[in-house]
Structure formats: C-alpha cells, structure tokens
Design a protein around this ligand. Structure first.
Ligand code: ZN
Ligand code: ZN
Ligand code: ZN
Length: 335
C-alpha cells in the first residue's frame, strides 16, 4: 500500500500511514515487564489502605455487596497540583503568563487485587471503576476554580505506570487543556456548518462502513481511529449523544464495561499485555450539556515511541494502518 497522509477531524492531527515500514501488526508485541516479587505496594500494604474507609475518601457506589471496597481514592503522595485556596494569575516581563498551581491530583485504586488487569478483572469490577470516575466528576464540579478534569490510566512502565497495582489517576486543573480546546473548536465548527455533532457523524460512519469497527453493543461502539498516531490507537464512544461521562446511565455503564473488557482482553491476547494509556475526554466542567461535544475514551498503545520527527513537527508516522489493526483484533477469539 502507498503511504497516505491522513487528518483526524477531531484533533486535527496529521498522520503518515506508512505500512511499508513495518512488518505484520503483531510484530509489535512487547516483552511483559515482570514485577519483582515481594515489592512493597502502597495500595496493598500501606496503613492508608488498611485503615477503615473514610467517607470522603471513597465513592459509596463502589462497595461490593459483601461490604468490601472495590475501588478507592487516595491523595497522590507527589501531587502535580494542590487544592490551595487562592487561584491567582501573574504576568511577567510583559511576556509570560502564570497561574498558581491550584488543582487536584488523585490516585484511583481500581481494584483491591494487586495482579488484576482490565483484561483479567470481572465486568462488575470494571463497572465499579466507571462508577468511581462518574463520582469524581460530580465531586470536582462543585469546586468553582476547577474547569477541567483529566481522568486517565497508565498501564505498564513504558506508559508511565510506576506501580503495578491497577490504578487510574485524576488531575483537576484550573485550565482547559489545549488538546481539548482543539477538539471543542473543531466540534463547534462542524456543528455550525452541518447542524450535527462531529462525533455522532464519525460514529455513524464507522458503524456503517465497518472498516475499523472493533466492538459494538447496545450503547457503546469502539473502532480504530481513522488517523491513528500510534498502532492500534482506538476510540470507545457512547452511542447516545452526551457531553460528559457524568451523564452515563446504569445500562450504559454495564455496556461500557463489556466493551472495555472485550477490547482489553483482545489486546492482551494479541499483543501480550501491551503498555497503554487511556484517557477520557469530556466537555469542560463549566459548560456541561454541549450539543456539539461528545465524550469518549481514547486508547493509546505504547508499542512505539514518538521520536524527533514527531516531537519536532507534531506529525506522526504510524506503520500499522488502522484497517489492518481492526482486522487483527477482530480475528482474536476470547473466552
Ligand atoms: Zn498492590
Ligand atoms: Zn454526538
Ligand atoms: Zn478526544
């Protein structure tokens, strides 16, 4: 196949799909980094976790029927931002702009079991993780200084996870991240011209042509991105138009958990527990209910790393066409 330069309609990223450069998509398999035995785990062994659950530290919705906790929230020991009282702005040298580091940084422990992964945990456990995310959006919305909540998961050392125990993180910021601003602007512009949500249109297209579709149930669909920066980069999208994960219903949580379970099981089997990040994109906290913005989860596999060209140009080279990635994933049998 000839190389192709593709543009992502939501992020505006340009990507060179150069399949000639790579071998088969599954050649990207990684060696799983085994954890040393007997290593101290702050989510299993620390006093914080053995203490009884304090009301503010856990979302009540994520207890198992037997009363044991399923997910819990811990403050980050090395927070990037702190809940300081005053948000101040400063200009320097008639040039530079600066805000006080007001915000929040939390660890969301995704399971009491040290060795579980999304590929091995139960659907109920993944439902608890999603419910926990939902609670954090509601919680941080009450703080008027916070305009955006980045919820994400790093899995594997290469992807930035320093701890093996399954966990997600949350960073609450007094600013809307630039990547979100681009998505919001593109979505708004598209809506103005077409009177339709851009992600609803993408979803309709992917469900119709099925070139990149990797999962579908009643309320959720997943597909490899048309212009993926990285091999196997995918989107998990709710079918019902909604601007924020906070508005998700019980049935949708169940469907989303099924989608995540199937996708991560397949990735695990095909690529040997690959390192990944996923991140949740929602409308900013102060502008909920947007008709033109549609929340979603971006899954980024870390099988190849950006290098000089990517850092310098913002353009990515990807050796695995998303159509091939979807084909490989759809061949994987699980269960
Ligand atoms: Zn642990
Ligand atoms: Zn939509
Ligand atoms: Zn996005």
């Amino acid at each position: 196949m000839l190389s192709e330069i593709r543009k992502d309609p939501l992020s505006n990223d340009w990507v060179i799909i150069a399949s000639e450069r790579g071998g088969r998509p599954t050649d990207l398999k990684t060696e799983t980094t085994k954890e040393e035995k007997g290593k101290f785990c702050p989510f299993c062994d620390s006093s914080e976790v053995s203490e009884p659950v304090k009301p503010h530290s856990i979302c009540a919705a994520t207890f198992a029927p037997d009363g044991k906790w399923m997910t819990r929230i811990l403050p980050n020991k090395y927070p990037a931002l702190m809940p300081e009282p005053i948000l101040a702005q400063r200009e320097m040298d008639d040039l530079y702009h600066c805000l006080t580091g007001v915000g929040g940084h939390e660890i969301l422990v995704d399971s009491p079991k040290h060795d579980e992964t999304l590929a091995t945990m139960s659907k109920e456990q993944i439902e608890a993780i999603i419910t926990n995310y939902q609670c954090r959006y509601s919680y941080w919305r009450k703080d008027p200084r916070i305009t955006y909540l980045s919820v994400f998961k790093n899995h594997g050392k290469v992807a930035g996870a320093s701890l093996h125990h399954p966990h997600s993180q949350l960073v609450a910021t007094p600013l809307i991240p630039p990547r979100l601003t681009t998505e919001l602007n593109e979505s708004k512009e598209y809506f103005k011209l077409n009177n339709e949500c851009l992600m609803c249109k993408i979803l309709k297209t992917e469900l119709e042509n099925k070139h990149r579709l990797i999962f579908e149930n009643n309320s959720v669909a997943a597909f490899c991105s048309f212009a993926p920066r990285f091999p196997f980069e995918s989107l998990i999208v709710p079918k019902r138009h909604s601007a924020s994960l906070e508005e998700i219903t019980k049935e949708e949580i169940s469907d989303l958990a099924e989608a995540m379970s199937v996708i991560f099981k397949k990735l695990d089997k095909l690529l040997n527990d690959p390192p990944f990040n996923y991140l949740i994109h929602v409308a900013p906290l102060r502008t909920p209910g947007l008709l033109y913005y549609h929340w979603h989860i971006e899954v980024i596999l870390r099988l190849s790393q950006p290098a000089g060209f990517e850092w310098g140009s913002g353009v990515y080279i990807n050796s695995v066409p998303p159509e091939d990635a979807a084909l490989e994933l759809n061949k994987v049998k699980i269960r």
